[in-house]
Ligand binder design. Structure first.
Ligand SMILES: Cc1cc2nc3c(=O)[nH]c(=O)nc-3n(C[C@H](O)[C@H](O)[C@H](O)COP(=O)(O)OP(=O)(O)OC[C@H]3O[C@@H](n4cnc5c(N)ncnc54)[C@H](O)[C@@H]3O)c2cc1C
Length: 457
């Protein structure tokens, strides 16, 4: 519990209406999209860098843990206040401060929702590519802290690729600025890159300058249905080896298709093993040519049905299944965990086979979605956490899943981060020496260990 003096100080900094400590309010900030929960002692909603800095000065002086929070959509327990203290929620810092079409950048506060930035950029004919499936809810601050990606990652990369500069409040309340507004910048260490993906453990991001790019003239999507997952996997390899760089190359297995079909009746096959959804963009001519070549690669690898979008309306129809997949899966059983293992793209077919075999061996229900073009798999594990025996099988499945991914040259997470969920598996991919370097970085920026304690460092 916070002392009377501290809670009065915090109220004074953020204002009475931006300080919560009632039991029902604390409960609302005790969980995210992962499984466990943990209660904070207070939740504050600062509205400026100065307020964040003042809150941190109090927390640092009193050694109170602080957990930064955006929309709370992370899937790794990243916003759980494991040691109580203050949840510092940035959703009220939600202004788009500048869009500069001439130099193609935007400056935003951390609580801006990704989709809102995309819409604002589009008004200027510009494009902010990082597109996590949570884009209508998740914040740019949360995206930076997790280095979020999305389907467009194959061609356009992830959040880090669009960061030009940050304003960051350190654990002791000092404010620093990293990077700048230019696309090229090698002035000193890459601190912007360091804070990106640091999951709220090194500092609190209060302003973000992102690069915007020109919006492509045209785009097309291709949906291909495969009898076998193997065929779908081989089509992925053929497309990626051909020199075409698709915007997105998504894979869905039969478990996911069946559940979507049960919920929405949109005509997905329930007897096929795999579906690929591929998007290409560029000039009108190149898009037409590439769409035809992609369709050909799918046919050559056994696609039994292919649909190509002709207009914007068709795009929406083809993408509906992909966008709705998480929600449908999450409703199918009381609990759902989305894993995020990533393998070299040539190992995708092998990893898909491994997941299917492991699910059968451990008797666990698993649907597979994948950003197949960059080897980033999302096995969705469905279960009931009240069933201990089932939980044990889920645990074993998860452990084997990570081992297999690493064995195939892959890693634990492509875009969701480590947080609490994968901390115990970090040794699979990091030597003690590497982990020690993480700890040293953490210690130099947060010597009292008050920022998001209990997470991966
Ligand atoms: C349905 C669904 C679909 C998803 N799809 C994708 C996807 O396609 N790709 C993907 O990458 N992720 C995806 N995610 C995961 C999640 O949406 C992302 O990790 C997102 O970036 C989190 O943003 P948020 O605003 O919710 O942050 P939160 O969950 O609130 O926080 C995430 C982490 O960032 C830290 N943090 C938040 N704001 C700040 C800040 N200003 N400064 C410092 N640290 C901060 C927190 O402490 C925490 O560790 C999905 C989640 C769901 C529920």
């Amino acid at each position: 519990m916070l002392s009377q003096k501290v809670s009065e100080e915090l109220r004074e900094i953020v204002g009475e209406e931006d300080y919560l400590s009632g039991p029902e309010d604390l409960m609302a900030y005790s969980y995210d999209a992962y499984l466990p929960d943990a209660l904070p002692d207070a939740v504050v909603f600062p509205t400026s860098t100065e307020e964040v800095s003042s809150v941190m000065k109090v927390a640092y002086r009193e050694e109170i843990p602080v957990t930064p929070r955006g929309a709370g959509t992370n899937i790794v327990g990243g916003t759980l206040p494991l040691r109580g203290g203050i949840v510092l929620c940035l959703t009220k810092m939600n202004r788009i401060l500048e869009v500069n079409p001439e130099d193609r950048y935007a400056v935003v506060e951390p609580g801006v929702v990704n989709g809102d930035l995309q819409k604002e950029a589009a008004k200027y004919g510009l494009f902010y590519p990082p597109d996590p499936a949570s884009l209508n809810v998740s914040t740019i601050g949360g995206n930076v802290a997790e280095n979020a990606g999305g389907p467009r990652g194959v061609k356009y990369g992830v959040t880090r690729d669009y960061l030009l500069g940050l304003t960051v409040v350190l654990a002791d309340g000092r404010v620093i600025h990293t990077g700048g507004k230019t696309t090229k910048n090698v002035t000193g260490y890459d601190l912007t890159g360091l804070f990106c993906g640091s999951e709220g453990t090194l500092g609190i991001v209060t302003s973000i300058t992102v690069k915007l790019i020109a919006k492509p003239e045209a785009q097309k999507s291709i949906q291909a249905i495969f009898e076998t997952l193997d065929g779908a996997g081989k089509a992925v390899s053929s497309i990626m080896a051909s020199g075409i760089v698709p915007v997105a190359l998504e894979l869905m297995d039969s478990t996911v298709m069946k559940l979507i079909e049960e919920s929405h009746r949109i005509g997905l096959p329930i007897d096929a093993e795999g579906l690929l959804l591929i998007q290409v963009d560029g000039s009108k001519d190149s898009v037409e040519r590439e769409a035809q070549r992609v369709a050909q690669f799918c046919r050559e690898n056994g696609a039994r049905e292919i649909r190509v979008s002709r207009e914007a309306k068709d795009e929406e129809i083809l993408w509906f299944a992909r966008r709705t997949a998480f929600g449908v899966m999450a409703r199918a059983r009381p609990n759902c965990i989305v894993e995020d293992v990533t393998v070299p793209v040539s190992k995708l077919p092998a990893m898909v086979r491994e997941i299917t075999e492991l699910a059968a061996r451990h008797r666990v229900t698993v649907g597979v979605l994948a950003h197949a073009g960059d080897g980033n798999m999302h096995p969705l594990i469905l279960f009931d956490k009240r069933d201990r025996e089932e939980m044990e099988r889920v645990e074993k499945f998860t452990e084997d899943l990570f081992s297999k991914a690493v064995e195939l040259g892959g890693t634990l997470s492509g875009e969701h981060g480590i947080g609490l969920a994968k901390e115990r598996f970090l040794n699979m991919v990091m030597t003690p020496e590497t982990r020690e370097v993480l700890r040293q970085i953490k210690k130099s920026l947060d010597p009292k260990g008050i920022l998001n304690p209990g997470k991966f460092v």
